[in-house]
Design a protein around this ligand. Structure first.
Ligand code: ATP
Length: 344
């Protein structure tokens, strides 16, 4: 029986995770769930951020981790969030940041004349290297001669595994096109590696149409013709930016879900939105991103029918306006979940 580790976290995290768990209890009552008391409260209580044995257990005992959100104004350093999220990401080597961008109700797309069928792509963002490793340094800090260097790390292993994961996903899910995005015209060393590895991998997937766009062109095309994208693979920095653009195309962060994956080994799923301290505890947070994230987790566990049922139920609620206030509805967090459960 698959076991899920649950980390509700901070702010609206516990509120929205509770709703996702209600959906899971309905659709997959066989899943075993264990809660972990990690987050700002725990840190303020006893100084614990992320016990190493818990990270190890996440990797060995659980099929997936289901995380709410981390971030609390009482912990301005955000040290607990860094330890929990980055600790899991690096120790479990979750090298794929998986971000589906699917429009479930055309009304929420900010681009005019786009239908639901026009926005349905997934982004594979490299999650462990690139420009976000902290490699670099400062020299003559605080002086007029200051130098600050941020280095981009691209390893053959890292580039190859994210590109191959994108192609493997495309093949397994009947996606026809993979687009790799870089800036090889300006970043001639690291991104040349991406180009070469992409060509090598593409040759092994002849049935999939492989294409390439510089990231500036990709940003433009995503707005002009999102329908031309199926699977996008890119590095850590570009993926960070492009996935927010994707979230906007699908209707905003209240509807965006994500997975941090080491396929076949470990996985951590979380809604894209943060802890939203401004609305925490008021019972008005939109639970749909968390519910869609729970659905995505079911899909990852091989239960694709159930994933699709969750998506359809959320879609039905969006179309009938049974949603929370920030999406134009009147429902509370719990009521919005009840609407999803009724649609299920
Ligand atoms: P982070 O710094 O981690 O991004 P955050 O909470 O400051 O966290 P977001 O999650 O991007 O930032 O949220 C920005 C704002 O959007 C929130 O302050 C809140 O008003 C709104 N928001 C975010 N998530 C939700 C949600 N699930 N339901 C309703 N409003 C939300």
């Amino acid at each position: 029986m698959p076991k899920i580790a649950v980390v509700p976290g901070d702010g609206i995290g516990p509120e929205v995770i509770e709703q996702g768990l209600r959906v899971l209890a309905t659709l997959a009552p066989d899943l075993e769930v264990e809660h972990f008391d990690l987050g700002a409260e725990r840190y303020l209580r006893d100084g614990t951020t992320m016990p190493p044995d818990v990270t190890a257990r996440f990797g060995s005992e659980f099929a997936a981790v289901y995380l709410g959100a981390l971030g609390d104004p009482r912990v301005p350093s955000n040290v607990h969030a860094k330890d929990i999220l980055l600790g899991s990401r690096f120790q479990l080597d979750l090298f794929v940041n998986f971000r589906p961008c699917k429009l479930l109700d055309a009304r929420y797309c900010p681009v005019k004349d786009k239908s639901e069928a026009d926005v349905d792509f997934v982004v594979f963002r490299e999650n462990t290297e690139g420009l976000y490793t902290g490699v670099g340094g400062q020299f003559k800090r605080g002086t007029p001669d200051e130098v600050a260097i941020e280095q981009e790390i691209n390893t053959r292993k890292g580039v190859e595994r994210i590109i191959r994961a994108a192609f493997a996903y495309a093949r397994e899910h009947g996606r026809k096109r993979v687009c790799m995005s870089d800036k090889a015209n300006a970043m001639r060393h690291g991104h040349d590696l991406w180009q070469r590895v992409f060509r090598e991998a593409a040759a092994e997937y002849p049935e999939i149409q492989a294409s390439h766009l510089y990231v500036d062109v990709l940003a433009m095309r995503l707005v002009q013709s999102p329908e031309s994208f199926d699977v996008i693979v890119t590095n850590n920095l570009f993926g960070d930016i492009i996935t927010d653009l994707g979230a906007a195309l699908q209707g905003g962060i209240g509807l965006a879900s994500s997975g941090n994956l080491n396929p076949g080994k470990a996985a951590l799923f979380e809604p894209v939105h943060g802890s939203a301290p401004d609305i925490a505890g008021k019972g008005i947070a939109n639970p749909l991103a968390s519910i869609l994230t729970a659905g995505m987790m079911l899909g990852y566990l091989g239960r694709r029918d159930e994933e699709s049922r969750v998506e359809k139920a959320v879609q039905a609620c969006l179309k009938s306006g049974r949603v929370t206030r920030e999406l134009g509805g009147t429902l509370s967090t719990r009521e919005a979940t009840e609407a999803v459960l009724a649609a299920l």
